[in-house]
Ligand binder design. Sequence first.
Ligand code: SF4
Length: 681
Amino acid sequence: MTLAIEETASRPAAHAHAILPGLVAEGFTGPVPRFGDPSWSLEALVHGPGVSVATIHWKTVPAAFREELRHLTWLLINTSLPASFLIGRHPRWRTTVSPGHVYPTVAIWRAFCQWLQERGISSLRDCTPADLQAYALHLTTERAMQRNPAQKVLAALTRLWALDSSNPFPVGLCEPPWLTEGADDFLPAGSSTAENSTEPITPETMGPLLIWALRVIDDFADDILTAVLRKEEILARSRQNPATPEGQAALEDYLGRFIAAGDSPPSMAAGNRTGLAATYIAYMTGAAVHQVHHQVIAGPWRERLLSADGPAPVFTELSGTVDGRPWKKFIDYSEAGALKIHLTTAAYIVVSYLTGMRPREIQGLESGCCPEPESGRHLIYGRVYKMAVNDDGNHVPQGTIRDVPWVAIEPVVRAIRTVERINLDGYLFGDLPPDTMNLRIEKFIAWASNLAKSLDRPHETVPEDKYGSIGVSRFRRTMAWHIARRPGGLVALAVQYGHMRTAMSAGYASRSRNGMHDLLDLETALAAADTLASLNEDLANGAGISGPAARRAINAAQHAPEFAGTIVNARQARALLENPSLTIYENPSAMLMCVYKPDRALCNRITEREAPRLDRCVTSCANIARTDDHADQMRQEAESLAKQALKSPEPLGHRLEARARRLREEADQHDRSRILLEETR
Ligand code: SF4
């Protein structure tokens, strides 16, 4: 529990705790810094997985401001602002900050003090509203900060002022001008939340990445886990081998056979090189490990053993296949550990992408979080960190159990079951900070791409994403993007996106329209706005359009310029989605556009849903419109099907031919009935 700031009796003494006992994390036994210490480690505050530990070094704060910031930092950690401070603030304001935000907040304060010092100011009390205004300008001009980070700086400075002005011993920092004049005037243009501004991973990258993640879980997990167990057994048993003459004889015989055959004895990776796999050889021969080492030092084959680079298979009866072909011949002693990490990473990718959980929420998942349901869907019960607040509206750093569990579709359940085999208790994904998981994903991608090449599947290598590395924070946005735009795309991977949208709606219950609902709305609206814009351009360039909803599509397209680049948050997204005359969805797999009117939708007759079920599109629906581009795509598809039909046995060949014929007929029908923009004026 924090203290109420107005009740703080006096400035703490040098020997006082920098972090009050009530805030020290449960189970923490290390030293807690003292108020007067030259540095404060924040380790004692850390709760939950994936939180980086930081230390505040007071010598890095300009000397003139050091004692002022030391006291304000103590207040930041140990006290809460009066609840009245929240009145009129953004709903995300809290009277306290989470442990993970203490260090970044102090870092912002320090940078501000450095800037003040450069202007010849030596105390916060001498800073004027004009200085604060100049600092806001400095952030967006000289430091070229985007809106989001600049917003965070202003929020941290607001908190600095609030802590100072609310405590009984204020330094006297003035009120920031943005509190009275509105922050917008102090921030650069363009706005979005951090989550909304995360770029989705492109389908070209996400497709193969998901293929490999699912494959590793579904097809390779048993092999990998067996190899890991074998390696553990080798390690345990070989350590117990006593040094006996029989063991020595078996060792010499074993090594001698390799030498006689001209083969290299088993080796293992040691940094960038390989060395003799002594533990493995001890296990295979019954010799003691030091007998193997001694053989290298004093035996007759010293050079051959020192340069050993032969395989050390721990598991050879692999069951996993890719397209009927074994994914590997054997698993080597050296690679079992790395494969285990790839397996966990694959599970992380699947859970992250197919649930839409935030990285810290995944890090907080514990073994047993997804029990077998008595009926219906699997549900995942986890902790929430980002929005975790107690009854007083304060942030709860250790998270709270999520009111509404996540819905887990089958691949996610399998991924969770797989990591539960590795981590029987505690956190499913260990206590890894996001940066480490990002690195693991990069390594997973490199490994999967190499495997794709070795299995003659170059089309399944994972290409670089055009927006940069695949950080864990991008999966959530990517899922929303795919649900909104590619209902028929990655569905081929047995992941039903139509079902996903239903699952999401059920899981992210209507009591909260934040989070995933907002992201889905945003992506759906962006997809609709893109469709409107390209239709408008095509029509202006003389493209034709056909189908029962053609005229409605033309009318809607006229509004495209109103939405170009304007949809950056969920509120704006809903404004578009709630306008029934504007909701047009591109349906690439059905080669048409859905000009959505719920009362006419054939895919959607039972429930009143906001979005059409593009994955269940019905060809006779009154919401269909087709452009010349769609007709071209249909002819190309018909041609490809006709070629496949020639090579296919009956009755498949007949079916493919019939489908090709239907597509050509529909394309011809488009040509006969297409209308142009000018004809409607
Ligand atoms: S059936 Fe109709 S409403 Fe549903 S996706 Fe197809 S065109 Fe849209």
